[in-house]
Design a protein around this ligand. Structure first.
Ligand code: LMR
Length: 396
């Protein structure tokens, strides 16, 4: 039955974890997957999360099925975080939000819904984009193409190229945009450039799908959500996927969401009913634990304050590591100007290293990044930074 089944290639990101685990190099450093580690190289368990879990242990609860769209308080908290508590879309009830299985789950539910809504629409993702965007929308049945984004020569964004590709896209094209902390490049468009993107999306009747997996890792929760406010102000209907994997350090709990901003409360009810079909036919309903933790933290003022503090600490440490990386590379003898690393934002640095250099880094030094040259600066720390800098210096 399976004789003709071919071996699939490893996942370009998660596949590196498998290789890393099998590597016996005692100095190995995993800068492949987008995961934040603290200065001791440990995955943090946030204090706000621990506080909720301790209370849960004191009053253990049985676990029935959740509603198809998840915990109501969770969905409400997501709306507040993404659109602003007390904002017009929240107050008017015209957002359809579902608890998703991580950000990926939110994207997939949105993609399945869109495929039913407009089977012939094309999807545009940035070049480059998160590796899974193409695979995910392709597996939902879409033809996926790219709009220009990264300009290697200029070490920045080819904004003119991006805008003209959006301008040329047929009405109904689904445009996947990174709300903040662009993955993999670390380069975000400016506020005035967002205004232009929003104007084109509106004029050309495109469908914006904002992936917001790193809210709070750039400049702050509100600052990182600013693009959403611009789409709202333009009167657009659009999609936002949310992930709490990084911002709550709850990677394995798969906590995320999808929000769809609709015209009216009545329309949101109909959209929600369709999202529920996509969920029911994929995984029935979401798991209980991660969603309950996040809902409690976001809904309890002291815990919410603590969360924002802890998120801010992660954000600041990443920025510090960016500076240390620039200094360390210069000290290790790298002659290239690497200061662009501090212009980038979020968890990743698009290093400009070639595939050959990335493979050498992995094979000779046990330093893992993706073949595209992406490195997770959130996994650097005061103990591994010198080794990483020296290793990079040797392959450049
Ligand atoms: C990444 O880009 O490394 C993360 O978003 C993890 C993943 O699922 O790929």
């Amino acid at each position: 039955m399976f004789t003709a089944v071919e071996m699939a290639p490893r996942d370009p990101i998660l596949g590196l974890n498998e290789q890393f685990a099998a590597d016996s190099n005692p100095n190995k450093v995993n800068l492949g997957v987008g995961v934040y580690y603290d200065d001791n190289g440990k995955l943090p368990l946030l204090r706000c999360v621990q506080a909720v879990e301790q209370d849960m242990i004191k009053a253990p609860k049985a676990r029935g099925y959740l509603p198809i769209d998840g915990i109501a308080a969770y969905d409400e908290a997501v709306k507040g975080l993404v659109f602003g508590a007390g904002s017009e879309p929240v107050k008017s009830g015209r957002i359809a939000t579902i608890q998703g299985i991580g950000g990926t789950g939110g994207l997939k539910v949105g993609a399945d819904f869109l495929k039913k809504l407009d089977p012939n629409a094309k999807v545009l993702i940035s070049n480059p984009s998160w590796e899974n965007h193409r695979a995910l929308f392709t597996s939902a049945g879409f033809v996926v193409e790219e709009y220009p984004y990264y300009d290697a020569a200029k070490r920045g964004i080819d904004f003119d190229g991006m805008l003209s590709a959006l301008n040329a896209a047929p009405a109904g094209t689904i445009v996947v945009l990174h709300a903040c902390c662009h993955n993999p490049t670390g380069y975000d468009i400016r506020a005035d450039q967002w205004d232009q993107v929003v104007a084109v999306v509106k004029e050309k009747k495109l469908v914006a799908f904002l992936d917001m997996a790193y809210q709070g890792f750039g400049y702050g929760i509100q600052e990182d959500g600013a693009a959403i406010g611009k789409f709202v102000a333009a009167g657009l209907n659009f999609f936002v996927s949310t992930s709490f994997s990084k911002s709550f350090s709850l990677y394995g709990e798969r906590v995320g969401a999808l929000s769809v901003l609709c015209e009216s409360k009545e329309e949101a009810g109909r959209v929600l009913s369709q999202l529920k079909i996509a969920i029911r036919t994929n995984y029935s309903n979401p798991p209980t634990h991660g969603g309950a933790v996040v809902a409690t933290v976001l809904g309890t003022p002291e815990l919410r304050t603590l969360w924002e503090k802890e998120l801010g600490e992660m954000r600041d440490r990443i920025k510090l590591m960016r500076h240390k990386l620039v200094d360390g590379l210069a000290a290790a003898g790298v002659k290239r100007d690497m200061r662009f690393i501090t212009d980038q934002i979020g968890m990743f640095s698009y290093s400009g290293l070639s595939k050959d250099q990335m493979v050498r880094l992995r094979q000779e030094f046990g330093v893992y990044g993706t073949d595209t040259g992406r490195m997770c600066v959130a996994a650097l720390n005061s103990k591994n930074i010198d080794y990483v800098c020296q290793s990079i210096a040797k392959v450049i």
